[in-house]
Design a protein around this ligand. Structure first.
Ligand code: PLP
Length: 442
């Protein structure tokens, strides 16, 4: 498959018909930014039901890590599906789950031996981590960050502080959750520069939260994204995570690192936290781990994950087909895709940065590997958020055959599959350039 190649107006007639059916039967809670109805995918391309081909810089929200339908992943899925589809790893044993546990132990960003808890999604992986933290420390409170996204089930939603729409109408939330400011250096409230600042925003935890609101020995864990994803692709300085590690150690809190969006080779390391030298107590994974099959995991040192039988489990968690897909995915990432993400990512970030010289709307470009964000502003001095312009840019890209998604209030994220080539990166930058030209100034 090659492209982009647009044969019809968008949406085409077949896409239109499916969208009309969808509107009658599918939950109205989903957010679809543009009318893409996919028929098949291959590598970094997807074809819609009308035969239009798009270059994919979303990977289905950072999930299709090995590209769409990578033959080795499809083969692993098929082989396992022909043997058995399910037996529930909570009550029985099967080798693919054990093997995946071993593979995860080999890549985990902290010293082993490790154990892994298997779930079906990111939110469940975080639920497991939060429950583990409370169980292990016998403490209740959790500290999370403003702008964080950790999922939408009740525990994960309670630590999520991304968009108010995700919370409105769903409270009361799990008690004992406190939110602190994340290190968004582009919008530093203290007007400091990342080069000379030692993550002063963390003083809020030390000097406010733990003084006025909650005693340190009541806090079970701090949960943090190494790079905020849904919050707007915000890359904090390494010292932010290093100080968090010191703080959690000092007070006996667990440090839970949510690598659901940033993990699995996307940033050029297996886990984004590895860029900072920090070893967390628990790491959570989902999205790219199984190239598209539903799987969530919480991995921790065996001494931390020592809860007895019956304390936590999930019927489908660690499904054998999903485990087989994950084993194949991890092998591909380790063989070449992580290195590719680093090389093509650096090339792509440099390309996207050139757009700042041409388009005043692009206020900031940041990222690591193939986790790249552009923040759009109406004025580079005031940094007024260009939200409607961002939405327009996402649509203009779609009209030109490039799939991108928004993040936060005014950022665009680029998360192509890790098989992305430099040529495809150049193509994406060129389309972004044209699409930016088409976004009306306010
Ligand atoms: N954590 C992070 C960092 C995420 O980006 C997401 C999803 O976007 C989640 C958790 C939740 O994952 P899921 O949608 O699989 O429940």
């Amino acid at each position: 498959m090659n492209g982009p190649l647009l044969k019809t107006s968008l949406p085409g007639p077949k896409a239109k018909a499916i969208i009309e059916r969808d509107a009658k039967v599918v939950s109205s809670s989903y957010t679809r930014d543009y009318p893409l109805v996919i028929a098949r995918g291959e590598g970094a391309f997807v074809e819609d039901v009308d035969g239009n081909v798009f270059l994919d810089c979303t990977a289905g929200i950072a999930v299709a890590s090995t590209g769409h339908s990578h033959p080795k992943v499809v083969q692993a899925i098929t082989d396992q599906a022909q043997k058995f589809l399910h037996m529930s790893g909570t009550d029985f044993y099967y080798e693919p789950q054990v093997r995946l546990g071993e593979e995860l132990s080999a890549i985990a960003p902290m010293k082993g031996p490790h154990r892994s808890f298997f779930a079906n999604s990111g939110t469940e992986a975080n639920e497991a981590a939060l429950k583990l933290a409370r169980y292990t420390t016998k403490r209740q409170a959790i500290i999370a960050f403003l702008g964080a996204f950790h999922g939408r089930s009740m525990g994960s939603l309670s630590v999520t502080a991304s968009k108010v729409t995700q919370r409105r109408g769903f409270g009361p939330f799990v008690p004992g959750v406190y939110h602190a400011p994340y290190a968004d250096c582009y919008r530093c409230p203290l007007k400091l520069s990342p080069d000379s600042c030692a993550a002063e925003c963390l003083r809020f935890i030390d000097e406010e939260l733990l003084v006025h609101l909650v005693a340190p020995d009541e806090v079970a864990a701090i949960i943090v994204e190494p790079i905020q994803g849904e919050g707007g692709y915000i890359v904090p300085p390494d010292v932010f995570h290093q100080r968090l590690r010191d703080l959690t150690r000092q007070h006996g809190m667990l440090l839970i690192v949510d690598e659901i969006q940033s993990g699995m080779g996307r940033t050029g390391r297996m886990f984004a936290i590895e860029h900072t030298g920090v070893e967390p107590d628990v790491v959570t994974m989902a999205k790219g781990i199984a190239s598209g099959l539903p799987l969530g995991v919480a991995t921790a040192p065996a001494a931390t994950m020592a809860w007895p039988p019956g304390t936590h489990a999930s019927t489908f968690g660690g499904n054998p087909v999903a485990c087989a897909a994950a084993i194949a995915t991890i092998a591909l990432i380790r063989e070449s895709l992580m290195v590719n993400a680093a090389t093509v990512g650096a090339h792509m970030i440099a390309g996207v940065k050139t757009l700042m010289g041409k388009h005043r709307l692009v206020g900031d470009v940041r990222g690591r590997g193939l986790m790249i964000g552009l923040e759009l502003v109406r004025d580079r001095e005031t940094k007024e958020r260009a939200t409607t312009e961002r939405d327009a840019l996402v649509r203009e890209c779609f009209k030109r055959g490039l799939l991108v998604l928004g993040a936060g209030r005014n950022a665009v994220r680029l998360t192509p599959p890790l098989v992305f080539t430099k040529e495809q990166a150049d193509q994406a930058v060129e389309i972004l350039d044209q699409a930016l030209d088409a976004v009306p100034d306010r």
